[in-house]
Design a protein around this ligand. Structure first.
Ligand SMILES: *Cc1c(COP(=O)(O)O)cnc(C)c1O
Length: 363
């Protein structure tokens, strides 16, 4: 079978090996810790001889691997993050999963990894969620976080693209995001991403190299850093692992996506909802100086990060060059508060899904 065949053949069979007993009683739905308790099953698919093999759904658990597994050494490893929600009827729905699927393949291409067929991703995901449906929290504000990822599995330490890969999806319930408004600092030295690099990809190494700069900012009392362009550190790119947006003089302003910025699905959705609500949206270069001057002039009305985990994470303070700039109170932030409410209503099935973003899981 050629690679092309593999990409076009829909996934018909998934071998399912059920967990002998569910662990769901270990979960306190009223007090969910992020990223610690995983649902009963995981989807596992191997790629070898130029083709994706039969997908399997297995009990969630450890995986055996060789110490020479190439992903560990050279970082051919990519991931996605998305959520499933429960609507008022109790049905499970995914928020824009095809966008995550497409982005995973963009990351795969950049990291010289094989393409994942849509049927493999979507059918595997739906089957997994059907099996672990009980793990989608019924509680308001909660969701099932979904982590698809792919890594190189050759046990070979020569530097070259691996011949074999593993694609996995596991899930974990997550509680409501009660994040405090963030204190962030503009990063003057380190860079997350460079022109021509892989910053637009959700590639594991991007996150590893961001940990030290983030910790240094935390030691100075900030939650997170604002990444600037690698060349001059003059333009704002992202906030930690979120995209970043500002409201200046009533307009929603955000850095335009490029090959140094990760194209967030929350970002795109926030911009769409802003347009739906009649706000002016500007996607362009955003200079650090513009933000500081707007803050000094009193025209910087809002600042926030966007991402799957928080949807909208408000920014309370921006630090730059020795000064903390305090932003207006969260309750006065008309635009981001309205968008957050509107998006949440779509995700939980309480508002009409005019853009067909939600994908239902048939019971
Ligand atoms: C995942 C991610 C985002 C947000 O993307 P969403 O699709 O909105 O979750 C933004 N920036 C970086 C660096 C990311 O890894």
């Amino acid at each position: 079978m050629t690679t092309e065949d593999a990409a076009t053949i829909p996934t018909k069979t998934i071998n399912i090996q059920r967990a002998t007993a569910s662990r769901i009683n270990e979960l306190d739905f009223n007090n969910i810790q992020f990223g610690k308790i995983f649902a009963d099953h995981m989807l596992v698919v191997d790629y070898k001889d130029g083709a994706w093999q039969t997908p399997e759904i297995l009990p969630y658990g450890d995986m055996m691997m060789s110490p020479a597994t190439s992903a560990i050494h050279y970082g051919q490893s990519i991931f996605e993050g998305m959520k499933a929600y429960r609507n008022p009827e109790g049905e499970i729905q995914l928020f824009r999963p095809l966008e995550n699927f497409k982005r995973l393949n963009l990351s795969a291409e950049r990291m010289c990894m094989p393409e994942i067929p849509e049927a493999l991703f979507m059918d595997g995901l739906k089957e997994l969620l059907k099996l672990d449906a009980a793990w989608v929290p019924p509680t308001e504000g909660c969701a099932l976080y979904i982590r698809p990822f792919m890594f190189a599995t050759d046990d070979f330490i020569g530097v070259r693209p691996s011949d074999t890969y593993r694609f996995v999806i596991f899930t974990c319930p997550v509680g409501a995001y009660y994040g405090v408004p963030l204190k962030v600092a503009i990063e003057p030295n380190y860079a997350r991403s460079v022109e021509g690099g892989a910053g637009f990809a959700k590639a594991a190494g991007n996150y590893g190299s961001a940990l030290l700069p983030a910790r240094k900012m935390q030691e100075k009392g900030y939650h997170q850093l604002i990444w600037t362009d690698a060349k001059e550190h003059k333009y704002i790119e992202e906030s930690g692992t979120m995209n970043i947006m500002f409201v200046i003089d009533g307009k929603l302003v955000t850095p335009a996506v490029s090959n140094t910025i990760l194209n967030g699905i929350t970002r795109a959705s926030v911009l769409q909802v802003a347009k739906d609500l009649g706000y002016t949206v500007e996607e362009r270069k955003v200079a650090v100086d513009e933000i500081i001057e707007a803050s000094q002039a009193g025209t910087l009305q809002e600042a926030f990060g966007t991402g799957t985990a928080a949807t909208i994470a408000q920014i309370a303070i921006i630090h730059y060059n020795g000064t903390d700039y305090t932003l207006p109170a969260i309750e006065n932030r008309e635009i981001s508060n309205k968008i957050a409410t509107a998006l949440d209503a779509i995700k939980t099935g309480q508002a009409t899904d005019t853009h067909n973003w939600m994908v239902k899981i048939e019971a």
